[in-house]
Design a protein around this ligand. Structure first.
Ligand code: IVH
Length: 673
């Protein structure tokens, strides 16, 4: 293919993807894939400048706006940014702009802002009143969505918002911001949409964009959209600060929401360090970020550097490694879990995401497969974020060619062949055969794992081997293994056998909470096991508890209560427990008196929220418990006090609406003194 042909192909393809993304709100490739194509085009056009066409995506910013909204011309072009993908690119950018600076080596400082993955909006204020709001559109002309933006509470209707502010009312101010869907709200919202059989959105960005571009503002008003502002586009009749860092503060003082996650960076090295930190942090915050926007702090200087196409030289977007890619779903395997759950697992055409080759991904359950209408041979979007197992976000139906096959839930366990069972009201499908060999292997794996009994020396393949050769027929058998049997196994030399036996012996002094967790009772993970042992003190007392008694415990729901009583009622489990008891496993909590504590908070229930001035929430929890109080996770009528710090959110609102007393750290200390 000649460069001319390739450029034409890339142009058409990119224009199509721009249209899918901006107009239809329904992209068929991920941002990272788009970026890769875009960069290929940029590189080819750089080598062959005579081949740059006016309709090349490098020459404009986005597609035409929809017809349904009135079009509005922006008072100044709403620019985009060039991308960098690592520190090397960042330093190259700094080097490049040197040529345009008064002194190429001059010391610069920067502001690093989270690059929110939402929707750009342009807000116009005349004499302090919000008069117009528009989407970015193609950067020159956007859509008038004023009515919709008025429904977003975070968008100030008048500035300064504080009527007592000393700041002058600007005769004209045009502000740029990003509207987004907070992540926690997104999950809840999508779930409700699904229940009501309404549109379910692929990701928070699509949900934000879909919600904002509703022709009926009432619908927008029902969505939990919010905004962060970060730039001044136009001002008149006022002076604005020259430094970006101060402009953010100026916006804040006027009453615009401005993220507190931005950072001042005194050097380019500090920017690189901030970027590294963000890669870790990005999955811990309540909004989606796809990079860090790096801006030269001195804005007049930055502006004097000019543009390349639609991208100003004075700023650059450092994108994060991709977390989403598209690939082909080749097959769906059925994995048997330790509780017998038959879990669907995707077999994928291998795809590299963020430096790791992904071949498998979870599909959660068969209801979800049906709901998302995922089919074998579909092109699917795969996401790998932080430590979570890669999962399938959804299919790209527009890329179907008719050869796709629906995915049927299994009717039998693929390992033992027993019929599969569905418990009413639950999404999971189970293999109900407790002797299913695969279940036993999974249960052993779980029992010895770090989060449970944490048995040293128990290798990852040991469980499967012991079950296969028949040395372990139930969980308790691992405590009855003897040296000679083990030495007879392939690959088991003296040292390995010693390690294994020592690890098992040592695990008998783990806490009963770990032991209860390790039993693998459905819904009884570490936290619930802790609650139960706090309440009952021993496995035997727990075994004797009724369902009603269990449900009285805060944090234990009916599902867990049924699961626990059913487990202990099963004779096979009773036999198993006796075998464990005979082997010396820990059944009861040892009573210790905490001398540092008191009973001042006896009978009082606390909920903790927000950032406390001196203690972490965990410290506060420990302090309350040491003084006889109880700490729970959610506010209800049973809550006595909400201990609230800075940035307290929905829990505070709930406490206020229920009339629960709200106290701060100082008040807690008073109560204890
Ligand atoms: S500055 C010339 N700052 O990222 C200034 N953009 O291409 C250009 N974005 O579409 C924008 N957070 O919608 C800037 N803190 C931030 C941003 C941000 C998100 C978006 C913006 C733009 C894209 C950059």
């Amino acid at each position: 293919m000649t460069p001319q042909e390739r450029i034409a192909n890339l142009r058409d393809e990119l224009n199509f993807h721009l249209y899918r993304y901006h107009v239809l709100d329904s992209p068929v490739i991920t941002d990272a894939e788009y970026d890769a194509l875009y960069h290929e085009l940029v590189a080819l056009e750089r080598e062959n400048p005579e081949l740059i066409a006016p309709n090349s995506p490098t020459q404009r910013a986005g597609a035409e706006p929809l017809d349904a909204f009135e079009k509005v011309e922006h008072p100044a072009p709403i620019l985009s940014l060039s991308n960098a993908f690592n520190a090397e690119d960042l330093y190259a950018w700094r080097q490049r702009i040197g040529r345009y600076l008064p002194d190429p080596e001059m010391k610069l400082d920067y502001v690093a802002e989270p690059k929110l993955d939402g929707l750009t909006v342009v807000l116009t204020y005349e004499n302090g009143r919000f008069t117009q709001g528009a989407t970015r559109g193609n950067g020159e002309v956007g859509e008038n969505i004023t009515q919709n933006l008025r429904t977003i509470t975070a968008v100030p209707q008048r500035i300064p918002v504080d009527p007592n502010s000393e700041l002058a009312v600007p005769p004209l101010l045009v502000v740029r911001g990003e509207v987004f869907f907070p992540l926690d709200k997104f999950e809840q919202f999508n779930e409700r949409q699904r229940l009501e059989e309404k549109q379910v959105y692929m990701n928070p960005r699509n949900a934000a964009s879909g919600s904002l571009r509703q022709l009926d503002p009432k619908i927008t008003g029902e969505r939990p959209l919010t905004i962060f502002c970060y730039d001044l586009i136009i001002w008149d009749g006022i002076d604005v600060p020259d430094k970006q860092w101060d402009r953010l503060d100026y916006l804040r003082q006027l009453g615009f929401p401005v993220t507190s996650d931005s950072q001042y960076c005194p050097s380019i090295e500090a920017v690189a360090a901030t970027y590294e930190q963000w890669i870790e942090k990005r999955n811990q915050i309540n909004y989606e970020v796809d990079g860090v926007v790096v801006k030269i702090n001195d804005r007049p200087l930055a502006d004097s550097l000019g543009f390349v196409g639609k991208d100003p030289r004075g700023a650059v977007a450092m994108k994060f490694p991709a977390q989403e890619k598209t690939t082909k779903l080749l097959d769906v395997q059925v994995n048997v879990g330790r509780t017998g759950i038959l879990a669907p697992a995707a077999v994928l055409e291998p795809v590299e995401i963020g430096g790791v080759t992904v071949r498998n991904a979870t599909l959660h359950n068969y209801d979800e497969i049906a709901r998302k209408d995922i089919r074998i041979s579909d092109t699917v979007i795969v996401k790998r974020a932080g430590d979570v197992i890669p999962y399938i976000v959804g299919p790209v139906p527009d890329l179907r060619d008719g050869s796709e096959q629906p995915i049927e839930p299994p009717t039998h366990c693929p390992i033992c062949g027993e019929p599969a069972l569905r418990i009413p009201g639950e999404v999971a499908i189970y293999c109900d055969n407790p002797s299913c060999p695969e279940q036993l292997v999974r249960r052993i794996e779980y029992f010895v794992s770090r989060g449970a009994m944490d048995v040293d020396g128990f290798g990852s393949k040991t469980g499967a081997l012991l079950a296969e050769v028949g040395l372990v027929k139930d969980l308790a058998d691992i405590y009855y293994l003897n040296r000679d049997e083990l030495l007879a196994l392939e690959g088991f030399k003296d040292k390995k056998v010693d390690n294994l036996l020592n690890g098992l012996a040592a695990s008998k002094s783990q806490s009963p909470v770990r032991f209860l967790t390790a039993l693998g009772i459905r819904f009884v993970g570490n936290v619930v096991a802790g609650l139960l042992m706090d309440e009952f003190g021993s496995i035997d007392a727990l075994a004797a508890a009724s369902q009603e008694r269990l449900e009285e415990i805060e944090g234990i729901g009916p599902g867990t209560a049924v699961s626990v009583t059913t487990w202990f009622a099963d004779e096979r489990h009773q036999t198993l427990l006796e075998k464990f008891r005979a082997a010396g496993l820990p059944f009861a909590v040892e009573q210790t008196e905490d001398e540092s504590g008191s009973d001042k908070l006896d009978g009082l229930t606390f909920v903790i929220t927000g950032t406390l001035p001196t203690m972490s929430r965990n410290d506060a929890k420990a302090l309350i418990q040491a003084n006889g109080g109880k700490v729970t996770g959610s506010v209800s009528k049973k809550t006595d006090y909400l201990l609230a710090g800075e940035k307290a959110g929905s829990k505070l609102t709930k406490a206020e609406s229920l009339g629960v007393s709200v106290i701060d750290e100082a008040r807690l200390n008073e109560m204890l003194s």
